[in-house]
Design a protein around this ligand. Structure first.
Ligand code: GAP
Length: 450
């Protein structure tokens, strides 16, 4: 596992991740994925979709709008409770999440409890705090022709124009539950999955892509008969481990389950397990698995006046389903994959950085090169091999820059499992050199067998 600084530097150097709007000095909590990063990110998302949606017959996908009717967020409780404890240092004016700068307190900490801890400001070292304020993390925006300045003295107008960027993809699933039931007629239990952007005005984005203001979530709301929630929770818990370890390749000993105590759970949850991962900077939440009861569907039923009940096909019983929700951030999974893959070792006498990405996630599966760039017959043959491999695998890259050693170093750093080199022997016997990223060993292989 690499240090966070090494991973950040590799991500930038090789075109995985750049600071968002870097050319203008950046924007805190936003990140842009470059040519390599976007390939890795898409593969992670595709593997998740395949595992949880395509390979199962009890899951359906949706892709809901990011902007939703503001009543969504009233019903879900986000308008009232999706807030972090914000505290300001009166000396240097820095602002922090109180529970992130003091040990042993939760998100519901009061000003008195915080002051009793005599925390020093992490920026100026003084102890002079203002009161703790609840800071709602939803981003607001204005929809339609109502301009923010028009609404200043007119609360009614302001209400009309305000919308939020969704802070979780989950609500786009809940609001479509009835549509899915009425169009697909799924058997119980069944799940609805969604991947997409979520936005949170985090007080202090940090640790590279771990805590962002704009992130991508992959969420499932799994609807179950109320009395079966425990068995379905357990099945979902095991499925998460299987996916993280056997599809994504994370080490099982780096994943720890944390049964979240009541006072730390989200307002909707009766049970939550956080899957913690040993990141380079310490243990952090990778994903959550929550039992959301019928909290959301019942709230929607109340707020919209429309029935969210389901008639069980087997028992004929009518009920509002309960929900098990696995929710994972793509960025957190991306960082875990990078941390797991990053290694430094020696090949021959020289040191190298190598990204030991699993083959199913590597941005490129093969790199094809001619041994020498200035020999047209080698280039022509290598182009033929390249075209054939591309046709077969899709994600194959071409590299004829520098010398062969430099090409290997570069491909090691971006995690390409195999480098294929066309040389003079190829012209005689239609074999190529295939070099393995991890062992650096080279073997001769017939082109037809690649
Ligand atoms: N629908 C439930 C929900 O949103 P959450 O625990 O707030 O629950 C779920 O978020 C997951 O989304 C987290 O475990 C994390 O992987 C990811 N996530 C949440 N906030 C994030 C942020 N600011 N930056 C990156 N990922 C985030």
């Amino acid at each position: 596992m690499g240090k966070l600084d090494d991973i950040v530097s590799l991500c930038k150097r090789r075109g995985f991740i750049f600071q968002g709007s870097e050319v203008y000095g950046g924007m805190a909590g936003t990140w842009d994925y470059g040519p390599l990063g976007v390939e890795l990110k898409r593969r992670i998302m595709q593997e998740w979709w395949q595992y949880f949606v395509e390979d199962r017959d009890d899951m359906y996908g949706v892709d809901a709008a990011i902007l939703m009717n503001p009543r969504t967020w009233v019903a879900s409780g986000h308008t009232a409770t999706f807030a972090d404890p914000l505290v300001e240092c009166k000396e240097c004016k820095s602002r922090f999440r109180a529970d992130k700068i003091a040990d042993g307190i939760t998100e519901s900490v009061t000003t008195e409890e915080f002051l009793d801890l005599h925390v020093k400001c992490p920026v100026c070292g003084k102890e002079n705090w203002g009161p703790i304020r609840k800071f709602n993390m939803m981003f607001t925006t204005h929809v339609g022709a109502v301009l923010p300045e028009d609404t200043r003295d007119n609360p009614e107008l302001a209400e009309k124009g305000i919308a939020y960027l969704r802070p979780e993809t989950a609500q786009g699933i809940f609001t479509n539950y009835k549509n899915v039931v009425d169009t697909i007629y799924p058997d119980m239990p069944f799940g609805i999955a969604q991947q997409g952007k979520a936005f949170r005005n985090e007080i202090s984005p940090r640790d590279f892509i771990l805590r962002d203001r704009e992130c991508s979530q992959m969420e499932i709301e799994y609807f179950v008969a109320p009395e079966t929630w425990e068995e379905n929770f357990e099945k979902m818990r095991l499925a998460q481990h299987d996916f993280l370890e056997n599809v994504i390749g994370l080490s099982s000993d780096k994943i720890h389950e944390l049964d979240v105590p009541k006072e730390d759970r989200a307002h909707y949850s009766k049970r939550t397990i956080d899957f913690m991962y040993d990141y380079p900077n310490g243990e952090e939440e990778l994903m959550g698995l929550a039992y959301r009861t019928d909290f959301d569907l019942s709230n929607i039923q109340r707020e919209s006046g429309k029935s969210m009940e389901y008639r069980d096909k087997k028992t004929n019983e009518v009920y509002v389903p309960h929900v098990i929700e696995p929710s994972i951030g793509v960025e957190r999974l991306f960082l875990a994959v990078m941390a797991e893959a990053y290694a430094e070792d020696e090949v021959g006498d020289s040191k190298r950085v190598v990204l030991r990405l699993p083959e199913n996630l590597a941005p490129y599966r093969f790199c094809v090169s001619p041994l020498l760039k200035n020999k047209p017959e080698l280039v022509e043959k290598a182009r033929e091999v390249y075209a054939a491999l591309r046709k077969k695998y899709g994600n194959v890259t071409w590299d004829d820059s520098g010398n062969i050693g430099k090409r290997y170093r570069k491909q090691d750093e971006i995690g390409t499992p195999k480098c294929v080199v066309v040389d003079f022997d190829t012209l005689e016997d239609d074999t190529v050199t295939v070099r393995d990223r991890d062992s650096a060993e080279q073997v001769r292989v017939a082109i037809a067998e690649l």
